[in-house]
Design a protein around this ligand. Structure first.
Ligand code: AGP
Length: 608
C-alpha cells in the first residue's frame, strides 16, 4: 500500500520527506517520488524501484524548498515505472498530488477530462485528481479540493500542494489512513505515525472525510461541507517498530485485521448492484466465452486453496467444467489443454516459480491465461494474457491471510462474470449474490470481534501435537487452508479431510481427546456434517465447530462452537477462514513461534 508524507515549515523539505518515506518502506512499494516548492515552482523527482534511487537522484541534483509532498507507490493501476510514480501533476505542474487508495470512477472522470482537452501521461487512476483540481481551481485550493471530493468515488488519502498557494498543504482521507503531525513552526502529514516520529509525537488522527489545511504555523481541520472541526491531539507514546505494525504485535495480526478493507477494495468498481460485473481491462466477447469448454485453475499453497473455492463457484454459477491443479504437478503431467481451455493462475506474489512455469506451459499450448495476482508488474502479471489484480496491498507476514481472502473474492467475481455472460444464473440471483458480497466486509468485521473467544480455544489446545480439520463442500476447501495455516506458523501437524472420507481410513487415528476443528457452514450439507461429527464424538474426539448463527443446536453435539454471522453457503469461506487464521495465530504466539517469519518458509518461492 502506498505511503504519503508531506512537510511545510522552515527545514529543507527534501531530507524530511525522504526520512519520512523511509519509515513507510515496511508498507511495500515499487517506486517513490517527491514534489517540492523551490520558491518559484514545484519540482517533481520520481524514480521506479527502491527509495535509494530517489534519494540518489536528489543527492545528484538537489531540490531545495520548505514545503513538499512525497510518496512511495505500490502499483495498482499501471505498472511500476517513473511515469506512473507519484506525485502526479496538472499540465503546467502547478498542482501536485500524492494518493493512497483507489479512485473507482476514474475511467469516467478521465473521459470527461479528455473531452475538456486535458492530456494524461500515466496509466494511473490518481492522475485524474490534479487535472480535476485544475478544472475546478478558481484561486482557492480548499474550494477546489472540496469540489473534487464531490466528484470522486473510492478510497483515498491525498496530499496536495500548489505553487499558486505555496504556504499551504492540504490533506484529506476516506478509507485510507492519514495523520497530521504537529510541530513548532512546521507541520507534517503522513500515512502512518512512524514517518513523523523523528520530528513530533503530537498528531491528529484524521477521520474519514476530514480535510486538513496546514501552514507552517497552523493546522485547520474541516468537514466536507466546510465546517471547522476541533480535534484532540494524540500524543504518541510507543516506538516506531510497534507503529509499523499498526499497534499489533505481528504483521500477520495486522493483516488479518485489514481483511474487511481489502475485501471491499477488491470488489470496488467490479461488483456494483444493478451493473454488470467487470474484470477491469479483460475483454472476453460472448463468442470467446462460448468457446471456452474447460477452465484450469493452477496455483500453489494458499493460492491453490483459493482456487478450490474458485472451481466450486465457477462450476456452480457458470456451469463450465473446472479442473484445478497444484502448479508443480501440472507443469509435468502433460495436461489436456488447448486453445479452448482458459487457464487461471493464482499467485499472491506473482513470482512463484512453479506457477510461472505453468503459465508459460499453458501459453505455449495456445491457452489464454488470466493471472489473479496481488503484485502489479510481477512476472506472472507481465506474462499472462490478462490480469485481475487482488487489491490486498503488500502482505508482509509469510503466512498468507489477506491475500487469500482477496483471491476468494476474485474467484467469485470471475464466476459471476461468466454466469452473467452465459446467462446460467438469473439476474435476480446474481443481484442477490452481489448484495451478499457487498455485506461481507461488515460481516468480516463482526467475525474479528470473536477473537477473544478464538484465543480461549487456542489456549485449550496449543500444546497438542496433532489436529484434524474437517469439512464438506466449500468447508473442506477452507479446512485445507486452516490446516496449512496451523502447520506453517505453529509447527503442529494437522490434516484436513473431507468429512465423508474419514471413515475410509483416517478415523483409525482418532482416540480420546483428538482435536477436531469442524466446519459446518454449508446449509445443504449441515445434517451430513453433524452425522460425521457424531462419528468422531463417538470415538471421544474433542470437537470445536464453526457454524452460522442460528445453528446453535450444534452445541448439543460438539464440545464447543464458534458462531459466525450468516451469509449464503457460496460465500461462507470468506468468513469461516478468519477464525481459523486467528486460531493458528494465537497458537503460534502461545508456543513462542516466530509468527511472521516461520522456519524454513519464504514469502515468495522463486525456485522449483
Ligand atoms: C501461504 O501462507 C504460503 N506461505 C504459501 O502456501 C503460498 O500461498 C504459496 O507459496 C503460493 O505463493 P503465491 O501466492 O505468491 O504464488
Amino acid at each position: 500500500m502506498c505511503g504519503i508524507v508531506g512537510y511545510i515549515g522552515k527545514k529543507d523539505a527534501s531530507p524530511v520527506l525522504i526520512s519520512g518515506l523511509s519509515k513507510l518502506e515496511y508498507r511495500g512499494y515499487d517506486s517513490a517520488g517527491v514534489a517540492i516548492f523551490n520558491g518559484d515552482k514545484l519540482e517533481i523527482v520520481k524514480r521506479k524501484g527502491r527509495l535509494k534511487n530517489l534519494s540518489d537522484a536528489l543527492d545528484a541534483e538537489p531540490v531545495h524548498g520548505n514545503a513538499g509532498i512525497g510518496h512511495t507507490r505500490w502499483a495498482t493501476h499501471g505498472e511500476p515505472s517513473d511515469v506512473n510514480s507519484h506525485p502526479h501533476s496538472n499540465a503546467d505542474g502547478s498542482i501536485c498530488v500524492v494518493h493512497n487508495g483507489i479512485i473507482e470512477n476514474y475511467i469516467k472522470l478521465r473521459e470527461f477530462l479528455i473531452s475538456k482537452g486535458y492530456k494524461f501521461v500515466s496509466e494511473t487512476d490518481t492522475e485524474v485528481i490534479p487535472h480535476l483540481l485544475d478544472f475546478f481551481y478558481e484561486g482557492d485550493l480548499l474550494e477546489a479540493v472540496r469540489k473534487v471530493l464531490g466528484e470522486i468515488r473510492g478510497s483515498y488519502a491525498f496530499g496536495i500542494i500548489t505553487s499558486k498557494e505555496p504556504d499551504k498543504l492540504i490533506a484529506v482521507r476516506k478509507d485510507s489512513p492519514l495523520i497530521v503531525g504537529l510541530g513548532e513552526g512546521e507541520n507534517f502529514i503522513a500515512s502512518d505515525i512512524p514517518a513523523v516520529l523523528n520530528y513530533t509525537r503530537d498528531v491528529y488522527l484524521l477521520n474519514d472525510n476530514e480535510i486538513a489545511v496546514l501552514t507552517k504555523d497552523d493546522i485547520k481541520l474541516y468537514t466536507l461541507d466546510g465546517k471547522e472541526i476541533k480535534k484532540e491531539v494524540y500524543h504518541v507514546t510507543w516506538d516506531a517498530e510497534a507503529a509499523e505494525k499498526g499497534g499489533y504485535e505481528h504483521f500477520m495480526m495486522k493483516e488479518i485485521h485489514e481483511q474487511p478493507k481489502v475485501i471491499r477494495d477488491t470488489m470496488a468498481s467490479r461488483v456494483m448492484l444493478g451493473e454488470p460485473i467487470t474484470l477491469d481491462k479483460i475483454k472476453l466477447t460472448k463468442e470467446e466465452i462460448a468457446g471456452i469448454n474447460k477452465i484450469y485453475i493452477v496455483a500453489c499453497g494458499t493460492a491453490y486453496h483459493a482456487g478450490l473455492v474458485g472451481k466450486y463457484a465457477i462450476e456452480k454459477l457458470a456451469r463450465i467444467p473446472v479442473e484445478i491443479d497444484i502448479a508443480s504437478e501440472y507443469r509435468y503431467r502433460d495436461p489436456i489443454i488447448d486453445k479452448n481451455t482458459l487457464v487461471i493462475v493464482v499467485s499472491q506474489s506473482g513470482e512463484t516459480a512453479d506457477t510461472l512455469a505453468a503459465l508459460r506451459e499453458s501459453k505455449a499450448r495456445g491457452c489464454r491465461v488470466i493471472a489473479v495476482t496481488n503484485v502489479v508488474g510481477s512476472s506472472v502479471s507481465r506474462e499472462a494474457s490478462d490480469v485481475l489484480y487482488t487489491l490486498a496491498g503488500p502482505e508482509i507476514a509469510v503466512a498468507s491471510t489477506k491475500a487469500y481472502i482477496t483471491q476468494l473474492v476474485a474467484m467469485y467475481i470471475i464466476a459471476l462474470f461468466f454466469a452473467e455472460n452465459k446467462g446460467t444464473v438469473s439476474k435476480e440471483e446474481i443481484e442477490k449474490i452481489k448484495t451478499e458480497m457487498l455485506n461481507l466486509p461488515d460481516k468480516a468485521e463482526k467475525v474479528l470481534e470473536l477473537k477473544e473467544e478464538v484465543k480461549r480455544h487456542a489456549g485449550e489446545i496449543y500444546k497438542e501435537e496433532d489436529m484434524f480439520f474437517l469439512g464438506r463442500g466449500l468447508d473442506y476447501a477452507v479446512a485445507m487452508e486452516g490446516s496449512l495455516k496451523l502447520k506453517e506458523i505453529s509447527y503442529i501437524h494437522s490434516e484436513a479431510y473431507a468429512a465423508g472420507e474419514l471413515k475410509h481410513g483416517p478415523i483409525a487415528l482418532i482416540e480420546e481427546g483428538t482435536i477436531m476443528i469442524t466446519l459446518a457452514t454449508q446449509d445443504y450439507l449441515f445434517e451430513k456434517m453433524v452425522s460425521n461429527i457424531k462419528e468422531v464424538k463417538a470415538r471421544h474426539a474433542h470437537v470445536i465447530a464453526l457454524a452460522f448463527e442460528g445453528n446453535e443446536d450444534i452445541e448439543k453435539t460438539v464440545d464447543s462452537a464458534v458462531f459466525l454471522p450468516r451469509t449464503i453457503d457460496l460465500l461462507a469461506p470468506v468468513l469461516s477462514v478468519i477464525p481459523l487464521q486467528l486460531l493458528s495465530y494465537y497458537i503460534s504466539v502461545m508456543k513462542g513461534c516466530d509468527v511472521d517469519k516461520p522456519r524454513n518458509l519464504a514469502k515468495s518461492v522463486t525456485v522449483e
